[in-house]
Design a protein around this ligand. Structure first.
Ligand code: BES
Ligand code: MN
Ligand code: ZN
Length: 520
């Protein structure tokens, strides 16, 4: 697989909207104000009213454009602007907007620009407080990250022979700012583009067929990510080293596959940190590059998307890439225990009893509950490195969809304060996350007659799976588990996400690292 990085350039114009040279201008308009834009306090709208001699307000009236969030109106503004095509987009009521309504508003506007074939996009100047309840930096960050996420294409493998014409990608964003705000805009744009590019890396990895994205290939990509930043280091443990480590839960899952498993450990050490500094945040991502179910084989419908069962790993890799590129002041580790779950004459079997790296024994109740086995050893690996704050992301249980559908994820943990931190980071990024309590009544569901635990504890499947992981995390460290099985990929597009892999979690993890770094 080729790693594709598409970069979008940016420019901050400190003169005037009229001189922005782009393919379309996106002009924000507050709800109920379009009729009176000729006397608007907003310079961009006033200018528009002037150059169109009021035609834009007349068209808005005719088309029923009110300025509500999600509405757009395409208008040809004529020769008095350097950019002739305008997309008016609704911001909702002045002063009532928040960052999420703003993200929704620009999603509609950017999608409209894309449908018009625009590659250079101009934005009218907006008051960040009135339009988005935020500051210049955050508003610019949102613009860039959403433009980058919305620009994602899945069809790298379509060819000209098959009749494919390369689609137009966003090439440049033009913002209008003042000398005072330009610097904040640039900082926000840079951060936003980086986050989008890491989301898109995670999507590319999860969309990549399992035939090419094997555990070894995932390690190769992780090495490329590490090589691109001098503050990232990487270790990859092969199956022999895993045996020495005692990672028999991971190895058991891998037994039925022709592809060798590996454990990937990336560390980001911020500039000025020393080797002895502890890791402040550990990201563990489920990295099953294909889940056939093993001997408890999945039916066709359940197997179809299982090339994406490494979405958690892809997201943690994307997150540490962004954290490193942004130069956040926090030491972060990312662990991916990579394997396939397949079938051959050596495949692990229901009834087998496994010796995990931690030493706990596990009876295999179901070979399709493989993710928690790989994570058990990954968690123990991180704990052996001395890590004390762990969040894992995993496409762990189909049952999670009963609660979140394909909209969000569920979070479980052993420490309410930490779980709340992750929850609030997710919410600030508009990544939907549902906290689920771990009622102690469910703990015994994983009890086995033969061994310390069994790997499937029945209903409620997502909570009993979380309890299985908790047996490995223990109570001494802070740990939480995000089950992304519902949201890691979708068969429809939603918000800034295309169909297929969403990259859900990258923004949450980057925000979490940002918040934790501000504390230390
Ligand atoms: N990778 C699957 C979970 C999954 C299902 C992810 C659908 C994304 C979409 C996981 O390994 C699995 O098979 N879980 C089983 C557990 C059961 C056997 C206890 C499940 O959810 O059915
Ligand atoms: Mn499975
Ligand atoms: Zn799985």
């Amino acid at each position: 697989m080729k790693l594709k990085v598409h970069t979008i350039a940016s420019h901050v114009n400190t003169v005037s909207l009229a001189s922005v040279q782009a393919d379309v201008l996106l002009v924000g308009c507050f709800e109920g104000e379009v009729a009176s834009i000729a006397s608007s306090s907003d310079g961009s709208l006033k200018l528009l009213a002037e150059v169109t001699s009021g035609a834009i307000a007349t068209q808005a009236q005719a088309d029923g454009f009110t300025g509500a969030v999600g509405e757009t109106l395409v208008h040809f503004a004529g020769d008095r602007l350097s950019t002739k095509k305008v997309v008016l987009f609704g911001l909702g009521a002045r002063g009532k907007g928040n960052i999420n309504s703003f993200r929704k508003a620009i999603t509609a506007a950017l999608k409209k620009a894309k449908s018009l074939g625009a590659t250079e996009i101009g934005f009218s100047q907006l008051d960040p407080a009135a339009a988005a309840g935020t500051d210049t930096y955050t508003m610019a960050q949102s613009l860039a990250s959403y433009a980058g996420m919305l620009d994602y294409v899945i069809n790298h493998q379509k060819t000209a022979l098959g009749g494919h014409k390369a689609e137009k990608r966003f090439a440049k964003l033009h913002l209008v700012g003042t000398l005072e705000t330009a610097n904040e805009m640039f900082r926000g744009l840079r951060a936003g583009f980086q986050v989008a590019s890491s989301v898109n890396l995670a999507r590319d990895l999860a969309n990549e067929p399992a035939g090419t994205l094997t555990p070894a290939k995932l390690a190769k990509v992780a090495k490329a990510v590490a090589a691109a930043n001098e503050n990232l280091s990487i270790k990859v443990f092969d199956h022999k080293q895993l045996k020495k480590m005692g990672a028999h839960a991971l190895l058991a899952v891998a037994k039925g596959s022709a592809e060798k498993p590996c454990l990937i450990d990336l560390v980001y050490s911020p500039a000025g940190s020393s080797e002895s500094d502890p890791v402040a945040l550990t990201l563990i991502g489920k990295s099953v590059t294909f889940d056939s179910g093993g001997l408890d084989i999945k039916a066709a419908d359940g197997m179809r998307n299982m090339k994406r069962d490494m979405s958690g790993g892809a997201v943690t890799l994307g997150a540490i890439q962004a954290i490193a590129a942004l130069g956040l002041n926090i030491k972060v580790r990312c662990v991916m225990a990579a394997t396939e779950n397949m079938i051959n004459g050596r495949a692990y079997k229901p009834g087998d009893v496994l010796q995990t790296m931690k030493g706990l024994t596990v009876e295999v109740d179901n070979t399709d509950a493989e993710g928690r086995l790989t994570l058990a050893d990954a968690i123990e690996y991180a704990k052996r490195q001395g890590d004390t704050t762990i969040v894992d992301l995993a496409t762990l249980t189909g049952a999670v969809k009963m609660m979140t559908g394909d909209v969000g994820a569920c979070i479980f943990g052993n420490n309410d304060e930490f779980t709340n931190q992750v929850f609030s980071a997710a919410t600030s990024q508009n990544e939907r996350l549902l906290p689920v309590p771990m009622w102690e009544e469910f703990k015994a569901s994983n009890n086995s007659d033969m061994a310390d635990l069994k790997n499937s504890g029945g209903a409620p499947g997502s909570t009993t799976a979380a309890y299985f992981l908790r047996a490995f995390a223990g109570e001494e460290i802070k740990w939480c588990h995000v089950d992304i099985a519902g949201v890691a990929f979708r068969d429809r597009d939603m918000g800034p996400d295309p169909r297929g892999a969403t990259g859900y979690g990258v923004r949450t993890l980057v925000e979490l690292a940002t918040r934790l770094s501000a504390k230390s």
